[in-house]
Design a protein around this ligand. Structure first.
Ligand code: GLC
Length: 480
């Protein structure tokens, strides 16, 4: 085993360069935590035009790849700080963000995956830096294990972390022709599925040396036969060789306390900590409610993407109940037009108690965490979820569905409330308990302190990743 483990992490986004979801947070903060425990962690992502515009990175090299019939040049850029982040640029395949059509999108990331594999060779030759492990994230990087094996025979173990199984990267199998590779293993398990299609996440699950996801409960949920979907055939194949408990392991994400701490958050109206949370939150709340022209009263919020995963339809059905308890409800997020429409209707009806901002607005999110009493997280499934952890660090009590990472990070009645996944009735009951608790000053105060004191730092998760990398390397030495 190498003295220092060198890990190249890759994915579709990484904060602060480009971030649209939780994966961006993870690739922004996990590498820092890995470095702190002695791992040489570096990151590589595509250089979208939006990144390039704001980047003060310099071009440090280039290489060429063959994609389909064409030879394409890839430029390599690097940031100035640590962790080292590399950006791969190619104007015809990597610069744009929203491709039209699923086949274009999978082509784009097949191209990126091929580029990453060649970039590894470049790093090794030009910088004498060979990764001990390549850590792929989500379907966008799912072809790397297969390409690595087919194209280079580089003996580097790969870890694939699944952040959300509902995005799998479906499209035409022709994408493999562009890469000039074949996949006999996938053919074999595709019984009952369209043989002309590819499922890129499935390819990753099949070929990565190890597969993980972002909570233990989600790992159990996705390997459960009851949830059998198009991906299950691939999961099952892993299970056949490794056994159910080892096929997909769960490691809970952490949050970055440099960004998410009410003690030194310049975005909020007043900073506070666990010793003065009461007055701190009160001041934030007063300003926030004032600015939104809402009465000072108990305040619930929702923050997140408006996608069906996030269960807003359930929130819509309990709004009346919240208002009847004389509480405010503030919603922040953007997404599906039909969901936005139903929320707009509600705001019109309950204008004295409700406000909504249809936007992705980090600054407002910070303020909302600091000034709300409770946050409702009605996700139908949640691989990990960062919102509940962030909220807790601001002393905002989560009321969340008992699923995935929400279940693993919230202790019911101690630092939050859990309700039965998808049940309006159960959420109503949880809200009732929350309101009652809020009026019991001593018990509520204890709950806030418990929440603020819960440790969601990356340190713990980074150690678990380190262990996993070490196991992968041991395993790898046995088989090579
Ligand atoms: C995805 C999941 C979310 C998770 C995040 C980071 O966005 O939906 O639950 O927290 O990835 O792993």
């Amino acid at each position: 085993m190498p003295k220092t483990i060198r890990v190249l992490l890759t994915g579709y986004e990484a904060a602060p360069f480009y971030k649209r979801g939780g994966l961006g947070d993870v690739l922004g903060s996990l590498p820092k935590a890995l470095i702190q425990i002695g791992i040489d962690a570096r990151v590589v992502i595509p250089c979208y035009e939006e990144i390039r515009k704001n980047l003060s990175a310099k071009r440090i090299g280039k290489f060429k790849i063959h994609f389909g019939e064409k030879e394409e040049e890839i430029g390599i850029y690097r940031n100035a700080g640590t962790p080292r982040v590399y950006f791969l640029s190619n104007s015809s395949n990597l610069s744009y963000l929203n491709t039209r059509g699923r086949n274009k999108k999978i082509e784009q990331f097949a191209f990126f995956d091929l580029a990453v594999v060649h970039f590894v060779t470049w790093l090794s030759k030009q910088r004498q830096w060979n990764p001990s492990v390549i850590h792929c994230n989500d379907w966008h990087t799912g072809l790397i294990p297969l390409i690595l094996r087919n194209k280079t025979k580089l003996p580097i173990p790969t870890l694939l972390t699944i952040h959300n199984l509902s995005y799998q990267g479906f499209g035409s199998l022709k994408v493999l022709d562009l890469l000039h590779i074949k996949d006999e293993d996938a053919k074999e398990i595709k019984r009952g599925m369209k043989v002309t299609e590819i499922n890129i996440l499935g390819e990753g699950i099949l070929h990565a040396s190890s597969v993980s996801t972002v909570s233990k409960t989600y790992a159990r949920e996705i390997t459960d036969e009851k949830n059998e979907g198009p991906i299950y055939a691939y999961v099952k194949k892993r299970e056949e060789t490794l056994g159910r408990s080892r096929a997909i392991v769960g490691i809970l994400n952490g949050i970055d306390y440099d960004v998410w701490s009410p003690q030194n958050d310049s975005a909020i109206f007043h900073t506070y900590n666990v010793a003065n949370w009461q007055s701190g939150k009160e001041k934030n709340k007063k300003k926030m409610l004032n600015s939104l022209d809402l009465e000072p009263r108990l305040t619930f919020c929702f923050i997140g993407r408006m996608a069906s995963q996030k269960g807003l339809d359930i929130l819509v059905r309990v709004t009346k109940h919240i208002v009847n308890n004389n509480a405010n409800l503030i919603i922040l997020g953007s997404g599906a037009p039909n969901i936005e429409k139903s929320i707009r209707k509600l705001v019109a009806r309950y204008s004295s108690h409700m406000r909504v901002e249809f936007a992705y607005n980090e600054d407002f999110a910070h303020k909302l965490y600091a000034s709300s009493d409770f946050i409702i997280i009605p996700s139908r499934f949640e691989p990990c979820g960062l919102i509940q952890m962030i909220a807790m660090s601001y002393g905002t009590i989560p009321i969340a569905s008992r699923t995935g990472g929400l279940k693993d990070s919230i202790k019911n009645n101690r630092n939050g409330f859990l309700f039965e996944n998808g049940s309006v009735l159960s959420l109503k009951k949880a809200i009732k308990r929350a309101v009652k608790r809020f009026h019991d000053e001593a018990r509520y105060g204890k709950m806030v302190v418990n929440a603020m004191n819960t440790d969601f730092s990356w340190k713990r998760s980074a150690r678990l990743y380190k262990k996993l990398y070490q196991n992968m390397l041991l395993q790898h030495n046995v088989t090579h």
